[in-house]
Design a protein around this ligand. Structure first.
Ligand code: SF4
Ligand code: SF4
Length: 67
């Protein structure tokens, strides 16, 4: 299983990670961080293949992935 961790306070809700994920693991959730942005979350982490595309695309280094 791949572990995904989000530094949610750094997320700016751009949605790049959601668009780039080949397995539709991620979405922008309903909760809001301290800066007022709805932040990214993983809906079905069991589908994650650990490709790290989301982390590579994120302009704010929000996502960490390890196995
Ligand atoms: S590592 Fe790849 S499969 Fe996993 S959430 Fe990120 S983009 Fe999707
Ligand atoms: S790419 Fe980064 S900043 Fe943009 S929504 Fe995803 S986690 Fe948030």
């Amino acid at each position: 299983m791949v572990n995904l961790e989000f530094n949610v306070e750094a997320c700016k809700s751009c949605g790049f990670c959601v668009k780039v994920c080949p397995k539709q693991v991620l979405s922008i959730g309903e909760h809001i961080n301290k800066k007022g942005y709805r932040y990214a979350q993983s809906d079905n982490p069991e589908e994650c293949i650990g490709c790290k595309m989301c982390a590579a695309m994120c302009p704010d280094a929000v996502i960490e992935i390890w196995k």
